[in-house]
Design a protein around this ligand. Sequence first.
Ligand code: B12
Ligand code: SF4
Ligand code: SF4
Length: 301
Amino acid sequence: MHPARQALEYAAATLGFSGVGVANPFDDQGEALPRFIASGMHADMAWMERHLPARQNPELVLPGVRSIIMLTYEYPRSDTRSVPGSIARYAQGEDYHKLLASKLADLDETLQFYGGTQRCFTDSGPVSERFFAARAGLGWIGRNGLLIRPRGGSYCFLASILTTLELPVDAPMPNHCGNCHRCEQACPTAALEDGICDARRCLSFWTIEAKSPIPPDIAARQGNHLYGCDACQEACPWNQPRPGQQPRIDPHLLMPAPLRHMPPENLDSMQEPEFENIFTGSPIRRIGLEHLQRNHRSGQF
Ligand code: B12
Ligand code: SF4
Ligand code: SF4
């Protein structure tokens, strides 16, 4: 094994990453992303338009890039209930951007030792993380648009390291969705079509990213989704618990008791200091109190 790859795998496992793979940054990404943007499926996420050139050409993100290292980091599979409503699994605990940033900085240091220059991201940069994770052999892109791993399903964060080191690439794996369409059937707002999620219909977009009021036709199907949505993952057979497969979950990502047990009336009448108290350090803080209350007023709790 390439010595840098060996060191990387060892360091990544020590830091709690569950998978590592390497892809060629210049693999053809096809037309899915430009089509997504041209048809307006990115809703009002204007930054996606700005990122498009860099997404399609990793050389613009890191001049001299030779490899893209993709990593997975598990998040909880347990239920999503908090008393005020359902919170997507990935957002129940501490903010993963911060949690993973320091681990990625450690991996950057490891690779510097081998002469590499790196840029690291997790959901934070102009990198097609699902595409490269699939190319790096970590899983396949399911009909819900997510990276599915045969031994872990889709409940994981993806992180990427662009490096100037030339590392041997991994082989992609076949798609195992077969004739299953459960994710499409389970989506409350019919947002999935041909493996692409239309953000204009997605509850994750409306409860997290949207700055405007949730439109009535979406709100009518919101159910108890307070922040994010996991319906297209809960339906997936690859996410069902299997005997002998209990991944180690970082305790920082578990839902803290004050959030799990917060009475709903507290949310409706909450003021900024209490919001800061409960949500500092959580990814939910980013949307602010006003939008969390908007989500609570519009759904069916
Ligand atoms: C924008 C965004 C969103 C938006 C838009 C969703 C969407 N339609 O992608 C919103 C806010 C709605 C969202 C929601 C969610 N998101 Co999001 N999101 C992103 C982000 C920042 C960009 C995704 C994007 O560009 N989408 C547009 C599509 C067209 O591009 P793409 O996903 O990269 O797909 C590529 C391939 O599929 C490929 N492709 C597709 N078809 C074909 C066919 C051929 C032939 C070829 C060659 C290529 C190809 O082309 C695309 C470009 O390379 C990524 C992080 C990142 N930088 O990648 C996270 C990310 C995809 N999100 C993530 C998560 C966890 C979620 C949610 C589950 C959160 C939640 N519980 O509420 C939901 C799931 C919704 C869903 N079913 O997709 C994770 C996914 C982890 C995983 N296991 O896959 C990511 C990777 C963040 C991370 N680093 O962990 N998200
Ligand atoms: S996150 Fe929810 S609304 Fe969005 S595509 Fe998946 S099931 Fe549909
Ligand atoms: S629910 Fe079925 S179709 Fe959807 S991603 Fe999972 S296996 Fe694929």
